[in-house]
Write a protein that binds this ligand. Structure first.
Ligand code: NDP
Length: 316
């Protein structure tokens, strides 16, 4: 089947590009749909991050977009073919699989899904102006930036991420306001206890963010108590959303087994999905760690497993 690709990689974040590097070096000649819509651009969530200081190998840190350029360059160097198109549909019911974008239809013996997840935002009025200027959806990525040091900060959410990120931010901020819309946290008991014990965390119960304040940078937040309706302005330098992520799995619904929360189910230690020959890597299946380095690791594993599978099927 001359016109059938060995492997199509969908997504171009750390997981997709690492899978591409390994697949290309295994002479699989991978074809990648880079996508552009999920994170606002190809390259995934790191494209909307500034300093990345926790990716090993860059002791001085590196800008997110620059890191993704390097990932891309490395995948290209070994012969990955890439198109900056979003996948709009897939047919995984018969082999070879079919993957469609608005521009083309590609058939493939195997697929590595690395479409990632998108951090949820609240869409408050000033968000379009202030996002990345004091507003962030990733405390672990941005919390250590100099302009947050010794300043009051705010985290929105009541789950494990919110509590974990609020705790993390106490290392940098003078105080961390944890704003939660109910009077009970969703986070696990152990994480709750840690937050409740931390004297630098101030929990604002039954409270929602109305808007971020500031012109060029965040200088405060307007919050509303949902019980009393009272509005209050709080001075601070940073607002961090921790209200969950949405996995980018819409095109796979009904074809691959997903968890209730929409993330792709993978078999333990093989990255294989419920469809033989379809693998998943990175945030599209991992809702726990969500780090570039763990995504890259699972991209590597997916490519190695994919190569093994193609060999076992007698395709390569
Ligand atoms: P969750 O979905 O668990 O929590 C989201 C939180 O944000 C909830 O408290 C929710 O409120 C709140 N929220 C959602 N939408 C809005 C909104 N529009 N306005 C205000 N608040 C909102 O997401 P997490 O990212 O916290 O966790 C995802 C998964 O990852 C979980 O399974 C978690 O256990 C896991 N995780 C584990 C960690 C660990 O073990 N170390 C660390 C981080 C995550 P409400 O409670 O009212 O619904």
């Amino acid at each position: 089947m001359a016109d059938v690709e060995n492997v199509v990689i969908i997504g171009s974040g750390p997981a997709g590009h690492t899978a591409a590097i390994y697949a290309a070096r295994a002479n699989l000649s991978p074809f990648m749909f880079e996508g552009y819509q999920a994170g606002g651009s190809a390259g995934g969530q790191l494209m909307t991050t500034t300093d990345v200081e926790n990716y090993p190998g860059f002791p001085e840190g590196i800008q997110g977009p620059e890191l993704m350029q390097l990932f891309r360059k490395q995948a290209e160097r070994f012969g990955t073919r890439m198109v900056m198109e979003d996948v709009v549909s897939v047919d995984l019911k018969q082999r070879p699989f079919t993957i469609k974008s608005d521009e083309r239809e590609v058939r493939a013996h195997s697929i590595i899904v690395a479409t990632g997840a998108t951090a949820k935002r609240m869409g408050v009025p000033s968000e379009s102006r202030l996002f990345n200027n004091g507003m962030s959806a990733c405390a672990v990525c941005d919390g250590a930036l100099p302009f947050f040091r010794n300043q009051p900060l705010m985290v929105i959410g009541g789950g494990d991420t919110a509590v974990e990120e609020a705790t993390y931010l106490t290392k940098f901020g003078s105080v961390v306001h944890l704003v939660h819309r109910r009077d009970q946290l969703r986070a696990s008991k152990i994480m709750q206890e840690r937050a409740l014990k931390n004297s630098k965390i101030n929990i604002m119960w039954n409270t929602v963010l109305e808007d971020a304040l500031g012109e060029q940078f965040v200088t405060g937040a307007r919050v509303r108590n949902v019980k009393t309706g009272e509005l209050k302005d709080v001075e601070l330098a940073g607002i961090f959303y921790a209200i969950g992520h949405t996995p980018n799995t819409v095109v796979f619904q009904g074809q691959i087994d997903l968890h209730e929360n929409g993330y792709i189910k993978v078999k333990h230690e093989s990255q294989e999905t419920s469809i033989p020959g379809v693998f998943a890597a990175g945030d599209v299946h991992d809702h726990k760690y969500r780090q570039a380095v763990t995504a890259a690791g699972s991209g590597c594993a997916a490519a190695l497993e994919c190569e093994r599978w193609l060999g076992a099927e007698g395709i390569i």
